[in-house]
Design a protein around this ligand. Structure first.
Ligand SMILES: [Zn+2]
Length: 83
């Protein structure tokens, strides 16, 4: 049984990556966050550290962010560098 950890502040959606799925590690995710006030959407993969800003999507709205995060999570096999 895995325990749920608290999400970082402003994170609104989290997608388990392919690597996280293979290892049953719920911490390897792509996180989408919404900045308070501005509503700016940002996203980052905790496996390979690529970000929504690095993507080729022109639009930066929530729908596009969700699409990027879902698509990236499905294919990302990167493992986070050990601390
Ligand atoms: Zn990644």
């Amino acid at each position: 049984m895995t325990t749920q950890t608290a999400w970082p502040e402003n994170v609104i959606a989290r997608y388990l990556t392919d690597a996280g799925k293979a290892l049953a590690d719920p911490t390897i995710t792509v996180d989408l966050a919404e900045a308070p006030g501005t509503g700016d959407i940002s996203g980052a993969c905790r496996g390979c550290e690529s970000t929504f800003d690095d993507s080729s999507y022109i639009s930066r709205n929530l729908g596009t962010g969700r699409h990027w995060a879902q698509e990236h999570a499905e294919t990302c096999r990167a493992l986070p560098k050990p601390a």
